[in-house]
Design a protein around this ligand. Sequence first.
Ligand SMILES: [Zn+2]
Length: 111
Amino acid sequence: MYCPQCGKEYAERVNFCCHCGTALATPVPVPRKKLMRSRKDHKIAGVCGGFAEYLGLDSTLVRIIWLTMTVFAGSGVLGYVIAWVVMPEEPLSQAAMDAPGSVVPQPAGNR
Ligand SMILES: [Zn+2]
């Protein structure tokens, strides 16, 4: 692909030109993730696992942050209970689909 501004050629797909900063490719829209309690990554109710999946973070890191909030700010337990009530649980089909080792069939000719 070529930069329409300065004409620099790029061998691979890049989002912005390194020379002039022009946006070269519009980012592929990612399907909107829903905040749900995780079925496969949970210690109590899957709230921290759900937040970790939603934010793309390690669930252990989310638990550490949540525990720190609980100890130092005192709001973690109440927040957890509220999140437990408010957040829907991940559907069983999605939990099975995301399980490691499962093969998701790809539509043919979609490259
Ligand atoms: Zn450029």
